[in-house]
Design a protein around this ligand. Structure first.
Ligand SMILES: [Zn+2]
Ligand SMILES: [Zn+2]
Length: 351
């Protein structure tokens, strides 16, 4: 089979001919029809990301091995099955849950494999979706798709949309709450849709780009604030009777955005950090206990969250936005465009 692989960080991906895996036991081989291109693929490609004080964290120090076939947003059809698989047959349409754990740590046992101590995520620690086929280690990681579900929209459910959905769940919003979504890019829009779909809370979208704020409005934001041309603190206080917001979901998660987030909070508010922009934060420590704030990191979502999302997407309640389509030999181009901020929405590869 063909796979677009990162052979070395920062070098163009190589389309290689590698052996097609054969499923055994409960494994399933999926023929990939659509594979999303994610920001975390960029970290894998660059081989590093920024830590505290400008320190560089290498992906190889976190257990990543090259050559690697990236890609963790994978939708397609079943190609072949191991001898213990009775529930799926060739050509069944499926979405792959990529956040696979080792199965034995406390998180895995609680159904939170996305937070496993020793993750085996597809496309990060094992070969993923920039390929014609992917070997899924167990049938239980497959979520069935109905015939009507668009295959590209399905693929991006498993990271882009799941990350937004998981963050909204972590915010534990009530219908009378006000939630702020910071960053109205692809994941931000999905967060706005998710707030509307499952919480009923009022949503304020914040960004520095009026075009994105327009998109936020058409995706269900009740109010939009341009934090470049408007004072975000003043605007939020006016909208909340000077109380502040009950939750901020920061899809950017940079020093500057989180510093502002901390000034927008009602007592008891949660700040849910989602984005991977990175940097560091200065905190007023006394206000943490006296105002009972919660600072939460949110990473993707559970298999159970993904099955809920598929149901919501199949009913049209959640509408994933795919904007760019690439072929397998355009993988480097896809990553370069993403890096340059030229993909509005989400790009997918069609192997
Ligand atoms: Zn991702
Ligand atoms: Zn685990």
């Amino acid at each position: 089979m063909k796979a677009a692989r990162i052979v070395q960080p920062n070098k163009p991906l190589e389309v290689q001919e590698i052996e097609t895996p054969k499923p055994k036991g409960s494994q399933v081989l999926v023929k990939i029809l659509s594979s999303g291109v994610c920001h975390s693929d960029l970290h894998l490609w660059e081989g590093a990301y920024e830590g505290l004080g400008g320190q560089v964290i290498k992906t190889t120090d976190r257990g990543v091995r090259y050559p690697l076939t990236p890609g963790h947003e994978i939708a397609g059809v079943v190609e072949s099955i191991g001898e213990n698989v009775k529930e799926f047959a060739k050509d069944d349409r499926v979405l792959v849950y990529p956040w696979i754990g080792e199965g034995l740590c406390p998180a895995c046992r609680a159904g939170k494999e996305n937070l496993c101590d020793k993750p085996k995520s597809l496309g990060i620690y094992t070969d993923g979706g920039y390929a014609e086929y992917v070997l899924v280690p167990d049938k239980r990681y497959l979520v069935r798709l109905d015939d009507k579900m668009d295959i590209d929209a399905s693929a991006i459910l498993s990271c882009s949309v799941l990350t937004a959905y998981g963050a909204v769940k972590n915010a534990e919003l009530k219908p009378n709450d006000t939630a702020i979504v910071v960053g109205a890019g692809g994941i931000g829009l999905m967060a706005i849709q998710s707030v509307k779909a499952i919480t009923g809370a009022r949503t304020i979208a914040m960004d520095i780009d009026d075009k994105k704020l327009q998109a936020a409005k058409s995706n269900g934001a009740d109010v939009v604030i341009n934090s470049k041309t408007q004072d975000p603190v003043k605007s939020v206080m006016e909208l909340t009777d000077n109380l502040g917001a009950d939750a901020v979901l920061d899809i950017v998660n940079a020093s500057k955005t989180v510093e502002t987030d901390m000034q927008l909070l009602r007592k008891r508010a949660k700040v849910v950090l989602v984005g991977l922009f990175g940097g560091e934060l200065r905190l007023n420590l006394v206000s943490m206990p006296t105002r009972a704030y919660k600072l939460i990191g949110s990473y993707t979502g559970t298999l159970s969250d993904l099955t809920e999302l598929v149901a919501l997407a199949q009913r049209g309640v959640i509408k994933p936005i795919v904007s760019d389509r690439f072929k397998l030999d355009q993988a480097t181009e896809a990553l370069s465009k993403l890096k340059a901020g030229q993909i509005i929405g989400r790009g997918v590869i069609h192997p």
